[in-house]
Every structure is written in structure tokens, then in C-alpha cells.
Design a protein around this ligand. Structure first.
Ligand SMILES: NC(=O)c1ccc[n+]([C@@H]2O[C@H](COP(=O)([O-])OP(=O)(O)OC[C@H]3O[C@@H](n4cnc5c(N)ncnc54)[C@H](OP(=O)(O)O)[C@@H]3O)[C@@H](O)[C@H]2O)c1
Length: 255
């Protein structure tokens, strides 16, 4: 706990100011820990939390947000997300989000794990400029969003927030594999690391943000190094070929 707080604080020092959490994580414990980490530094961070689909009725969304604000020891969220689509009508959740914006408790709202049809529904209900973001699974070995979700978000000014940006496998960072050797080779040309290259590839698109989780200061410092890394077109093309996007599939991948 103390080391996770120290890691978060070092991340803020290094410019990793987008802090992502959810009422679901540790059943509120993650928000409580983040509240401690950002004490006195609230204005330096972009703070995001998420309401569970089971709490996404109008009344329960309002209550869930209050609870998140209390645990985070703050008076506002920079963005509040519906964690994934559930059974409550989107109209209700969006009505709650609108009320929270009016009250200054959230400054913007978005969604997570939304496919194009869901995004279209949000747009039809809330109008242009919504949702502010769509947080989705996106990493070198899972590029499904590039087929339709990412282009939709680009067209509508919706930010794409890539979760699990390192993926669920260590293979891309294992220099004994072909993919690992490529990332290492490109990294070496920039005095960088394979993980920094992986993050930078996702960030080649201006509408994409990444939210790597790191609980040690060493990992935080390494990940912050991706902020200043620049890959050229030839390097991006080699990564693109080594980690193919694959064919369009039905359904949006999520974990
Ligand atoms: N919206 C959703 O449905 C959803 C779903 C999943 C995740 N998320 C969000 O996305 C965030 C990140 O996703 P994630 O935790 O699944 O995956 P991730 O950020 O891709 O990977 C986290 C893992 O990578 C390790 N790591 C981080 N930096 C490293 C480095 N420089 N070198 C080696 N290992 C490193 C971490 O280890 P250490 O902890 O030891 O540093 C941890 O084991 C979560 O915290 C959450 O906020 C959202």
C-alpha cells in the first residue's frame, strides 16, 4: 500500500497525471488508496472513476459518484465512466451524468468497453461531443478496436483510453521471441525499452491515451520514459507488421 502510493506520487512528478480507478477495484479500496496518494495534489491530476453497470440507474449512479468522491477525498472527478454496458437504460445513466455535470461533481463523462452500436446509442441520446472517451482493451496483440471503434471515436472527437496497454502476455517483451527481438532492436536505437516502444506504438494516434498500471517506482519511471520517445514511420511500420491487427471479429474484446 505504501509503495503503491509512493509509485503513484512519483508518477505525478514525472507527468503521469491521468489516474484511472473504479468503484469496483478492491471494492473501493483502490479509490481510498488513490485519495491518500493525491492528497494536496488534486489539481495536478486528471482523475477518472467508473460506476458499475449494476449501479447505473439514475439514482444509484448519483449515489455511487458521491461514494467515490468521498473515498477519493475530492469534490469532483475529471471524468466519470460507465464501466461496461449493463441492464439499466443508457438514458438513465446519462441523465445522472448530466445532473452530476450540472452540480460540478464531474467535469465530463464517458464509457468503457463500448462497441460502435453502443457508441451510436450514446450519441443519439446525448448529442455531439459525447461520450468524452471510450476506455477499451488495446495493446500490441489486441488491435481489434482499430477496425471500427477507433475510427468512430476519431470521427466523433471521442478520446480512446487504452487499458491493459502491455497486454496479458510477456511474449512481446521476451527477447527470445521474434516480436521481442524487434521491440528490443527498436528500443536500443533510442536508448529506450521494449515496453516504452509498445506504449509509443499505441500513442502514434493522437486520440489515444494509455493507462499502464505500475506499482513500483522503477516501473513508473520506465513507463514515463515513453512520454519523450519518438518512433519514425519505418519503425512504426515494422511493429505494425510484426503485431498484425488481424481480421475484424464480432464483438469487442474486453477483460
Ligand atoms: N475499463 C476496464 O474494463 C478495465 C479493465 C482492465 C484494466 N483497466 C484499467 O487499466 C489499467 C491497466 O491495466 P492492467 O493493469 O490490466 O494492465 P497493464 O497496465 O498493461 O499491465 C500491468 C502489469 O504490467 C506491469 N508493469 C507495468 N510497468 C512495467 C514495466 N515498466 N516493466 C515491467 N512490468 C511492468 C505491472 O507490474 P507492477 O504492478 O509490479 O508494476 C503489472 O503487472 C488498470 O489499472 C485499470 O485502471 C480497465
Amino acid at each position: 500500500m505504501a509503495s503503491a502510493i509512493a509509485a503513484l506520487r512519483r508518477g505525478i512528478d514525472l507527468g503521469l497525471t491521468h489516474i484511472d480507478t473504479a468503484e469496483m477495484y478492491g471494492s473501493g479500496a483502490a479509490e481510498t488508496m488513490i485519495g491518500e496518494a493525491i492528497e494536496g495534489r488534486r489539481d495536478e491530476v486528471f482523475l477518472v472513476s467508473k460506476v458499475l453497470p449494476s449501479n447505473a440507474s439514475k439514482r444509484s449512479t448519483l449515489a455511487a459518484c458521491e461514494n467515490s468522491l468521498t473515498r477519493l477525498r475530492t469534490d469532483r472527478l475529471d471524468c466519470y465512466l460507465l464501466h461496461w454496458r449493463g441492464a439499466h437504460p443508457l438514458e438513465e445513466t446519462i441523465a445522472a451524468f448530466d445532473a452530476l455535470v450540472r452540480d460540478g461533481k464531474i467535469l465530463s463523462w464517458g464509457v468503457s468497453n463500448f462497441d460502435v452500436a453502443d457508441l451510436e446509442e450514446v450519441l443519439a441520446i446525448a448529442g455531439a461531443g459525447h461520450p468524452a472517451c471510450n476506455q477499451v482493451l488495446y495493446h500490441l496483440q489486441e488491435r481489434a478496436i482499430e477496425h471500427t471503434v477507433l475510427p468512430w471515436c476519431t470521427r466523433h472527437g471521442t478520446a480512446v483510453v487504452a487499458y491493459t496497454p502491455f497486454g496479458q502476455s510477456r511474449t512481446p517483451y521476451d527477447a527470445r521471441t521474434r516480436q521481442g527481438r524487434l521491440l528490443e532492436e527498436i528500443a536500443a536505437a533510442h536508448q529506450a525499452t521494449a515496453r516504452q516502444v509498445a506504449l509509443r506504438f499505441l500513442l502514434r494516434q493522437p486520440e489515444v491515451f494509455v493507462i499502464p498500471k505500475a506499482s513500483t517506482i522503477a516501473h513508473v519511471a520506465e513507463n514515463a520514459g515513453a512520454l519523450t520517445l519518438e518512433l519514425n514511420d519505418a519503425e512504426l511500420a515494422r511493429i505494425d507488421a510484426a503485431f498484425p491487427r488481424g481480421r475484424p471479429r464480432r464483438g469487442l474484446p474486453m477483460i
